[in-house]
Design a protein around this ligand. Structure first.
Ligand SMILES: [Zn+2]
Length: 325
């Protein structure tokens, strides 16, 4: 690819269960144009809608476009653009890249959304300024997602199923996880876990949790993860402790990740990351107690993600640009 093309914008489209969100992303990772559409219910409709969004963004671009990338939750073979399984869409075993390429008349890159987000943070977010070529992104939202970079390459694995740090098992006798196993990191350290434990303490009679009780009008079922995070940021002691417990479990998961990947940087994103140092501090302390070789080696830096919900669009656009070079 010639230099002008390498600096051309690329298109990233994030395929969600309810919404398709697209952006024209410049070589610096900035989104200059955005477009979106509701996700149709049928496979043919979704492919057609993706092609329409891509065509609209191609039209918007003032010059050549370096590539088109699609980010999708599920088991994705990023090497071949094949999607094996999407949890939120009616897709099983389809040649997604081929289907969209046929309509668009140009090559298309497909990647798992968490992998794309990790690449976005690595290239254009928190990782861009870091002096390391090995990084992990852990997204702490309703569940826990993740992606990893090793040797300046996105770690795709063989079957599109790598980077699922949320399902690293911390306690095989622990509570049941949505994946069917027990005691995964996700059941201890996700936003859902935060809400579950907060509701448990609200149901206790401790005066310690009056602040959280007040936030949900006394109805624990109305409490959200955002409520707990906001309470912690406001200094509510019970909420601070809940986030510290969650951060400690997250640190255990990161220690396990470090035993395999040895990243120089671990980036934490997702809604629970809004708690900032109230989450990162306990996670770093827990990691320091568990990382293999502790006392004789540096720990990776822990830092907050900076691209937010745009990470998938920015990352898959960067992958599309780079795959064309
Ligand atoms: Zn699990």
């Amino acid at each position: 690819m010639s230099r002008p093309e390498r600096e051309a914008p690329a298109i990233g489209i994030d395929i969600g269960g309810t919404k398709l969100a697209g952006g024209l992303v410049d070589a610096g990772g900035r989104i200059s144009h955005r477009t979106q559409a509701a996700t149709p219910e049928d496979t043919v409709g979704i492919v057609a809608a993706i092609a329409r969004l891509a065509a609209e963004l191609l039209e918007t671009a003032d010059g050549p476009v370096a590539g088109v990338g699609l980010a999708c939750a599920g088991l994705v073979d990023g090497h071949h653009g094949h999607l094996w399984f999407a949890p939120n869409l009616p897709w099983r075993d389809i040649d997604l890249a081929g289907e969209v390429e046929q309509r668009l008349g140009r090559p298309v890159v497909v990647e798992n959304d968490a992998n794309a987000a990790a690449w976005g943070e690595y290239r254009h977010g928190t990782g861009a300024a870091a002096d390391t070529d090995a990084m992990a992104l852990i997204t702490v939202g309703t569940g826990i997602g993740g992606g990893a970079v090793a040797g300046d390459q996105l770690l795709r694995g063989s079957f599109g199923a790598g980077g699922e740090i949320g399902h690293v098992v911390l306690d095989p006798d622990g509570p049941r996880c949505g994946c069917g196993n027990r005691g995964c990191l996700e059941v201890f350290a996700s936003g859902s876990a935060l809400v579950r434990t907060a509701r448990e303490v609200i149901h206790s009679s401790s005066p310690h949790v009056q602040g959280l009780r007040d936030r949900c009008g006394g109805d624990a079922d109305r409490l959200t993860g955002e409520d707990v995070t906001a309470a912690a940021v406001d200094g509510d002691q019970a909420a601070v402790e809940l986030l510290a417990d969650l951060g400690a479990r997250l640190g255990e998961g990161i220690a396990t990740l470090c035993a395999v990947l040895d990243p120089g940087l671990v980036v934490i994103g997702g809604g629970v990351a809004d708690a900032g140092d109230l989450l990162l501090g306990p996670a770093a302390a827990s990691l320091g107690r568990r990382i293999v070789g502790r006392g004789y080696r540096p720990s990776p830096d822990l830092a907050l993600a900076t691209l937010g919900n745009d990470a998938g669009i920015v990352g898959v656009a960067a992958l599309a640009r780079e795959s064309a070079s």
